[in-house]
Design a binder for this molecule. Structure first.
Ligand code: FAD
Ligand code: NAI
Length: 475
């Protein structure tokens, strides 16, 4: 069977399925191919994000947060709970249900937009007159031809050399979302985004958590003041984080995993844990694409080489999301997917890399957009800073969550907002206002002059903007 399409998208993660929907909206006859299987062997579109990333991790973060609230904070509200317990199996089943709702939702959206979905592994075959031939190895073998191909094959977890994932003792983000019982001792390698989010889940449920991080600074990409504030909160929660370490041999035995490591002073140490999660970054996924055979160029990291517009070296072959340069974030993948579909249609799709927000869904949440204070200093940019603590925000007090602050960085001469950094309650939601402001190239004064609802956490944003001009009203 041979089927001809205007656009073939390989991968149905956030980059791929969104690109396919946008292409179909623009009138293209579009196919989307994805190989992910659910527990019954059926299709499970949504990629890493839906199946073993953003969505399930946030489901577990919510469950563990609720447990933590019930155990430690409900009493402050006069709510008494006796015999509080945690049914891990139920928590995992709920998470699986949330994943399934998203898989089903994406299948529905593809159908609604008349995108032809194929379940199987796609690889490049040849390029002919009619376009690129893509082989699909699924329940039945198919050959599709596309005038345009968008590769959105995502990324996979990077393993420590000599310590492959067995997903029983040494876990990637996949196994980390399926731990059947709360481990007594849990080790994590890497205190990046996954290390902190996943470490938080199991710490809240009672595990003794130790995170070993190679870099000497905590959250080096985050504004230093914000990272310091977050670190204080994580220390209080009992997350043990060791910085500047060198991880050596990892061995599995019948009792668990032991990790030889050297601390920042160069002293040799051993960490013995029941389970070890390795979260040291991710590698672009081009395995099985047959990229070399068709001459699709990769960089030294294995990412597909693209220009600013996501064009590869092959005519009419595009690549988006984790498989190309840039931050490995679902919303970045989506933006690129939309922009590419629009470029194929002759429109001017655009992704503004300066306004991509980052969120770490710990408690407190950490969110930011734009430049950090250390980046501005390094670039010699003259800036003004304004901060406002949640401690002085009425809504935060009512919520019982006053950790953290909002911080604005604005150009010293023009007052244009250059960066906004938040650590505190609902930072993930609050950051949107800053993204909108920066997209419209607003000044700190613009935010300071806008009416914000009272009482709301967003008033801390307004006050931090006022603080840039040293005129906070509530501090
Ligand atoms: P993916 O989501 O990886 O999708 C790629 C798809 O392509 C997969 O379904 C795969 O099966 C399929 N595929 C690959 N090769 C082939 C082939 N040859 N044929 C057919 N199909 C193929 N980002 C955020 O923005 N917010 C978060 O909160 C967040 N949390 C995360 C938590 C964890 C634990 C992890 C691991 C990641 C998280 N991320 C988060 C990152 C986010 O998941 C990725 O940035 C995002 O999924 C990238 O989307 P993508 O479409 O490029 O690739
Ligand atoms: P990461 O890049 O966030 O963090 C990896 C950490 O491991 C770094 O701090 C690094 O210094 C450290 N490291 C690397 N090698 C090491 C070694 N040998 N020993 C000790 N430490 C070592 O990567 P992570 O946490 O694996 O997540 C991958 C990506 O997934 C993130 O960069 C992010 O793009 C995405 N993600 C996004 C989330 C979000 O948006 N909330 C949540 C989870 C993941």
């Amino acid at each position: 069977m041979n089927k001809q399409f205007d656009v073939i998208v390989i991968g149905a993660g956030p980059g791929g399925y969104i690109a396919a929907i946008r292409a179909a909206q623009l009138g293209f006859n579009t196919a989307c191919i994805d190989e992910w299987k659910n527990s019954k062997g059926g299709p499970a579109p949504g990629g890493t994000c839906t199946n073993i990333g953003c969505i399930p991790s946030k489901a577990l973060l919510q469950s563990s947060e609720n447990y933590d609230q019930a155990g430690h904070h409900f009493a402050d509200h006069g709510i008494e709970i006796k015999g509080l317990g945690m049914d891990v199996a139920k928590m995992l089943a709920r998470k699986d249900q949330v994943v399934k709702q998203n898989n089903d939702g994406i299948l529905f959206l593809l159908k609604k937009n008349k995108v032809a979905f194929f379940h199987g592994r796609a690889s490049f075959a040849t390029a002919g007159e009619a376009g690129h031939e893509i082989k699909v190895a699924g329940a039945e073998a198919l050959m599709l031809t596309g005038k345009h191909v968008i590769v959105a094959t995502g990324s996979t977890a990077r393993a420590l050399p000599g310590a492959p994932f067995d997903e029983e003792r040494i876990l990637s983000n996949d196994g980390a979302l399926r731990i059947p019982d709360v481990p007594k001792k849990l080790g994590l390698i890497g205190s990046g985004v996954i290390g902190l989010e996943t470490g938080s889940v199991w710490r809240r449920l009672g595990a003794e958590v130790t995170i070993l991080e190679a870099l000497p600074t905590f959250l080096g990409a985050v504004d230093e003041q914000i990272a310091r504030e977050a670190r204080k909160a994580f220390d209080k929660q009992g997350l043990k984080i060791e910085l500047g370490v060198k991880v050596g041999a990892v061995a599995i035995d019948k009792n668990g995993v032991s990790v030889a490591w050297t601390n920042a002073k160069g002293e040799p140490q051993t960490l013995k844990v029941d389970k070890l999660i390795v979260s040291i970054g991710r590698v672009p996924n081009t395995e099985g694409l047959n990229a070399q055979a068709v001459g699709l160029k990769l960089d030294e990291r294995g990412a597909i080489l693209v220009d600013d517009d996501c064009r590869t070296n092959l005519p009419n072959v595009w690549a988006v999301g984790d498989v190309v340069r840039g931050p490995m974030l679902a919303h970045k993948a989506e933006e690129e997917g939309v922009a590419v579909a629009e470029r194929i249609a002759g429109q001017h799709g655009h992704v503004n890399f300066n306004t991509i927000p980052w969120v770490i869904y710990t408690s407190p949440e950490i969110a930011w957009v734009g430049q950090t204070e250390q980046q501005l200093k390094a670039a010699g940019v003259k800036y003004k800073a304004g901060t406002f603590p949640f401690m002085a925000n009425g809504r935060a007090r009512a919520l019982g969550d006053t950790t953290g602050m909002v911080k604005f960085l604005a150009d010293a001469a023009t007052d244009e907002i250059l960066g906004v950094h938040i650590v505190g309650p609902m930072a993930s939601e609050l950051i949107s206002e800053a993204v909108v402001a920066m997209e419209f190239r607003a000044s700190a004064e613009d935010i300071a002059r806008i009416c914000h609802a009272h009482p709301s956490l967003s008033e801390a944003t307004k006050e931090a903007a006022l603080a840039v001009d040293k005129r906070t009203l509530n501090l």
